[in-house]
Design a protein around this ligand. Structure first.
Ligand code: HEM
Length: 363
């Protein structure tokens, strides 16, 4: 459906020039990877349908991300130590300091969700190089992803959505999903047994999908990466987090940053020859070579509504020269879904400028 002139004018007022560039880049990226990501499979699961399902889980994400909807922006630096330069020609891995715009979030469809309702937490980053290239990455605090294909992801989102009558998922639908998807067992085990913490700063965040690093000689190595917390984890519980209040994670972050910056190590793990690079449900053996390529220094936090991360699409396929995607179908499916979510939320924010609706309005 064509957008109304009012909406288009509002979008232009919101981000003159910038949206056009972002939109063009994303459309090309989305189109190139649509086939490989499974979007053109015969059962026609489209990005629109998956994002509709993410939007309909309860809560109202108008003007917000359709997944990981509740978050907080941060800014800081990535201090590359140079150890990654032998693995990839990416300019942000050459020793130096590069500005970062990031976002912590909980994986929910409800921007007003209490923090204790989100089992999965995330860190998204954009590292900017002086040559104009960027490395964007969205990472989760889980060791493996629950599913390996976009079809299974769609099925899982439908099974886990809250029923209007109870506000909770149908236990039978969850049981049926688990029976059909034994590959989700490792994730489910983590969800049942991993300690809850009361801080974004005590979590480590993983790329989960595999990528390829290309070195100066053109050699490609399959890798995954993690942002490893430098603070020890104080094991808590879901109940204790709930008692701290609905926005405890953001408050904790702001309090900690008043005392000084927070740090994570960016650790790259290199795959062995037989490690799966197209299946994010399977961890790699713990003894794989790991290279600490630098430190993320988080300096300031800012509300998402006015913060610099609001209008960034953390599309994991926005990569610098020297890093390329693997053929993991989940990775390739992410880009078109994020583009759909981004386009929708930016248009909704554009409408807010006309006074028709405000981000976060409840319908
Ligand atoms: C087919 C599988 C997936 C789909 C359809 C999907 C969909 C989405 C969507 C629509 C968003 C909101 C994007 C926006 O509006 O900016 C999102 C956010 C996010 N996703 Fe996924 N996702 C998938 C798999 C994954 C995987 C494997 C990871 C691995 C770590 C991941 C990590 C994240 C993170 C960190 C965010 C938040 C980004 C931010 O803070 O802006 N997702 N996802």
């Amino acid at each position: 459906m064509p957008r109304s002139p009012t909406t288009m004018a509002a979008i232009r007022r919101l981000q003159p020039g910038r949206l056009t560039v972002i939109g063009t880049v994303l459309a090309v990226v989305a189109g190139s990877f649509a086939y490989a990501g499974g979007w053109l499979s015969p059962d026609r699961i489209s990005p629109e349908r998956v994002v509709n399902a993410l939007s309909a889980r309860g809560g109202n994400p108008v003007g917000h991300r359709r997944n990981h909807s509740k978050g907080i922006c941060f800014t800081g630096q990535f201090e590359a130590n140079g150890a990654g330069a032998g693995l990839s020609t990416a300019s942000v891995l050459a020793a130096g300091r590069y500005p970062v715009t990031g976002r912590f979030a909980i994986a929910t469809g409800d921007p007003a969700a209490p923090d204790a309702s989100g089992r999965v937490r995330s860190m998204a980053i954009r590292i900017a190089a002086p040559n104009g290239q960027e490395w964007r990455s969205g990472m989760n605090n889980i060791p493996v992803f629950p599913v390996a294909t976009v079809e299974a992801f769609y099925e899982q989102v439908l099974a886990a959505r809250a029923l209007p009558a109870t506000g909770k998922p149908d236990p039978e639908a969850l049981r049926a999903f688990a029976a059909r998807h034994p590959e989700a067992a490792a994730f489910n085990q983590w969800a049942r047994t991993a300690p809850w913490t009361t801080s974004f700063a005590e979590e480590s965040y993983n790329s989960l999908n595999a990528f390829r690093f290309i070195d100066a000689a053109g050699l490609r190595r399959s890798v995954r990466w993690s942002m490893r917390a430098t603070l020890p984890q104080a094991a808590s519980s879901q109940e204790a987090l709930a008692r701290l209040g609905p926005d405890a994670l953001e408050q904790d972050l702001e309090t900690r940053l008043q005392a000084g910056p927070l740090r994570w190590h960016l650790v790259v793990t290199i795959a062995g020859p037989d490690d799966p690079t197209e299946d994010a449900t399977r961890a790699w053996p713990a003894d794989r070579e790991q290279v600490d390529v630098g430190t993320l220094i988080v300096e300031r936090a800012q509300d998402e509504a006015t913060g610099p991360c609001r209008d960034i699409n953390y599309d994991p396929l926005v990569l610098p020269t020297g890093i390329e995607p693997s053929a993991d179908p989940i990775l390739l499916a992410r880009s078109p879904a994020y583009a759909n979510s981004f386009t929708r939320r930016e248009a909704e924010q554009g409408r807010a400028a006309t006074g028709m609706a405000k981000p976060g309005d409840r319908s």
